[in-house]
Design a protein around this ligand. Structure first.
Ligand code: ADP
Ligand code: MG
Length: 319
């Protein structure tokens, strides 16, 4: 058995088999059959060792996260995930590493019934690129460009946990063991907010997933929509672990830290009650953190209503 046969064996023996896949792994290309009346939503993300994850990463965490970041992009479009492709470069073939990677990957794939339909495998520095494909009803995809003056800005979950986990890992911040593992879980095993994106698809005016920090990602929304945003710093939702260290670490990781993979949505005022009811019924957290304004850019105000200036605005690979 060759190295790549070994890899294909792990990836071909997956638990998900959708009946809209005519041809899956094994031919020159996959053939899929999207249902009538749908549009296809396609996204890709690359994860590079030493840039997006530590070389000694738990392969199960890497498998989970490389799919999760792509599903998060589908969530931000309000799409239902359906299929994905996996391109992987590996410095060598370590069967137990690949088996663990595949387990992390397919555990998440199974939750969302998303099927691996192909990919490519090569020798090289460790990197993982996934292309995820989802479905929305025709014309229903959520865009960054739909925010309007007066809309409420809401976020799912809590912000800043991944950035704080990274600071802990780097030894910049000390926290007790329980907080450490709660934060690490958020960095290593982000939860793509698929249910929230789908449920709010017909209520929200715009959406984006928070991969580079709230300020940076909301900045993309206001630019695309030709509006501005006003954030209430102290309304930004924090986890118990983050809040316990707020005095020590401040707000800026919650405002500008990357890797949270929560959604930031804008909701027209007339739909605010509907959005709240949907979140309650479906049991996900949705927190209003500000409003869309006429002015360009994102402004933040503290609890006393004073303009707040964070020390950083987001992550930029080429800055
Ligand atoms: P080709 O040379 O025609 O591109 P490959 O040898 O690269 O074919 O791949 C053969 C089959 O295995 C294809 O169906 C491809 O999609 C699948 N495949 C290769 N690598 C992966 C991978 N990492 N994950 C899933 N499927 C893969
Ligand atoms: Mg190929």
């Amino acid at each position: 058995m060759t190295e790549f046969e070994l890899i294909r064996q792990y990836f071909a023996s997956q638990p998900i088999a959708r009946n809209d896949v005519r041809v899956g792994i094994g031919d020159d290309a996959a053939v899929i059959d999207p249902p009538a009346g749908t549009e296809t939503v396609v996204t890709t993300d690359v994860l590079v060792a030493g840039v997006h994850f530590f070389e000694d990463v738990d392969p199960a965490d890497l498998g989970h996260k490389s799919l999760a970041v792509n599903l998060s992009d589908l969530a931000a479009m309000g799409a239902e995930p359906a299929w994905f492709l996996l391109d992987i470069t590996l410095p060598g073939v370590d069967p137990s590493w690949i088996e663990r990677f595949a387990r992390g990957l397919f555990d998440l794939a199974q939750i969302h019934r998303v099927q691996l339909i192909g990919g490519d495998t090569a020798r090289g520095p460790l990197s993982v690129t996934i292309t995820a494909i989802g479905l929305v009803p025709r014309g229903a995809a959520l865009r960054r460009s739909g925010a309007r003056i007066g809309d409420s800005i809401c976020v799912t979950g809590t912000l800043g946990d991944a950035a704080l986990a990274l600071a802990v890992r780097r030894g910049e911040v000390q926290v007790e063991a329980a907080a450490r593992s709660a934060l690490a879980q958020r960095l290593n095993r982000p939860t793509p907010r698929i249910e929230a994106g789908k449920a709010l698809r017909d209520v929200a005016s715009s959406a984006i997933d928070i991969s580079d920090g709230l300020l940076a990602d909301l900045g993309h929304v206001v630019t695309a929509s030709g509006v501005g945003a006003r954030l209430r710093r102290d309304s930004v939702p924090l986890s118990d672990a983050y809040r316990a260290h707020l005095a020590q670490v401040g707000w800026d990781r919650a405002l500008a830290g990357g890797d949270d993979y929560e959604l930031c949505l804008t909701i027209p005022r007339s739909r605010a009650d509907d959005a709240r009811a949907i979140a309650e019924r479906m049991n996900f957290s949705l927190t209003p953190v500000g409003e869309i304004t006429a002015g360009g850019g994102v402004e933040i105000y503290d609890a006393e209503g004073r303009l707040y200036r964070p020390t950083r605005r987001g992550y930029d690979h080429f800055a």
